[in-house]
Design a protein around this ligand. Structure first.
Ligand code: ATP
Length: 360
């Protein structure tokens, strides 16, 4: 595994603008002092004591690093280096400059299904590769699907954020309830053993949204959303799917399948006629069908608004947290533990772990 270098990252990299924030820290643009090359620095706060709920356990960061090293693929963000200080670990990642795929699409006037498929294919290629190495992402959602350079005629997809990813070896049983409510598979909610098919469910949800601008299971509250997923409550309402091909609906229907063993794999998906048409008429249909751009733009605007709202909420929580920590400065043991008050106050379910950074 990559060596966690003890060097001070600022001696080697000049800090730049903040690119994004997650639950455990920030991602900033950084410039390598020796070469002038730009990278993305992911700064992850490490948990200081056993009783603290804030920050990540070092073992989680080690896992993210190990997985990033194992999944080197043109459609997956690359890890360059890792630095470690007492309080944080910094991952130096390839800088992904083109923003989120959904934002790129929302800027367009219209988009044919065949054009959307070009992006989907790249996502599926990345998944086929990862799943072939027994790595499952477990947090596929629009925020984690980026483009390397949006000005290029064929922008390249880059999957990011392997913070929840796992390597599940043959015979190993893995259960987890982490993820983002809108995109998680029924078996995650039911705390059943998981495998790569959980990612394929998320691809079904993402494709549904991409074509219609509607989120198949989303409801007023996360609890209702989760209940809709378990009840498999989704339909192709003509109001939103009037321009969608029947092949596209078939593709989604083969992914939004409750039984994970019946769901299409990444390999199957790449051979579905909507992705890889077998006849001329199938090809023509994809070029005649388009995504519901008006509805998609609305979905994306709402998603961005929610992300900003959640970010402000998270900042407010951090400010209150700092105040709490200051007031308990006299007791060092209490200081370590009290910084967690905000976390225990919020919903404990790990299912909602990523809510603040998601658009659930
Ligand atoms: P979360 O808690 O939301 O899962 P996280 O702490 O795991 O977040 P990431 O999702 O990896 O962090 O990154 C947070 C944000 O930073 C991303 O949504 C994206 O906007 C930006 N970002 C992450 N990696 C890169 C990169 N390599 N290049 C450019 N921007 C990036």
């Amino acid at each position: 595994m990559a060596v966690f270098k003890p060097d001070n990252v600022e001696d080697l990299y000049e800090m730049g603008e903040v690119l994004g924030s997650g639950h455990f820290g920030q991602v900033r643009k950084v410039r390598e002092r020796s070469t002038g090359t730009l990278w993305a620095g992911k700064f992850l706060k490490i948990r200081k004591s056993q009783c603290s709920l804030l920050g990540l356990e070092r073992s989680n960061v080690e896992r993210e690093v190990m997985i990033l090293e194992a999944v080197q693929h043109p459609n997956i963000v690359t890890l360059k280096d890792v630095f470690e200080s007492r309080a944080e670990v910094v991952l130096i990642l390839e800088l992904v400059c083109g923003g989120e795929l959904f934002d790129f699409i929302a800027e367009k006037e219209n988009l044919l299904e065949s054009e959307a498929i070009e992006f989907l294919k790249q996502i599926l290629e990345a998944l086929r590769f990862m799943h072939g190495k027994n790595v499952v992402h477990f947090d596929l959602k629009p925020e984690n699907i980026m483009l390397s350079d949006k000005s290029s005629p064929q922008p390249i997809i880059k999957l990011i954020d392997f913070g929840l990813a796992r390597r599940i070896c043959q015979g190993e049983e893995f259960r987890s309830t982490s993820g983002t409510p809108q995109y998680i598979a029924p078996e995650v909610i039911n705390c059943e053993p998981l495998n790569a098919s959980a990612d394929m469910w998320s691809i079904g949800v993402i494709t549904y949204i991409l074509l219609s601008g509607l989120s198949p299971f989303q409801d007023e509250t996360d609890e209702e959303t989760l209940a809709n997923i378990l009840a498999m409550k989704f339909e192709f309402n003509d109001r939103y799917f009037s321009t969608t091909s029947s092949m596209a609906k078939d593709f989604i229907q083969k992914l939004l399948v409750k039984d994970p063993s019946e769901r299409m794999t990444a390999e199957d998906s790449l051979h579905h006629p909507w992705i890889k048409p077998l006849t001329r008429s199938q090809k023509v249909k994809r070029n005649r069908s388009s995504i519901n751009m008006k509805s998609f733009k609305k979905f994306n605007a709402r998603r961005k608004w929610k992300m900003s709202y959640n970010m402000v909420r998270m900042c407010n929580r951090l400010v209150r947290l700092r105040l709490l920590c200051k007031s308990s400065d006299h007791d060092p043991v209490q200081r370590d533990c009290e910084s967690d008050i905000e976390d225990t106050e919020s919903k404990p379910a790990s299912l909602l772990r990523r809510r603040l950074s998601s658009s659930s």
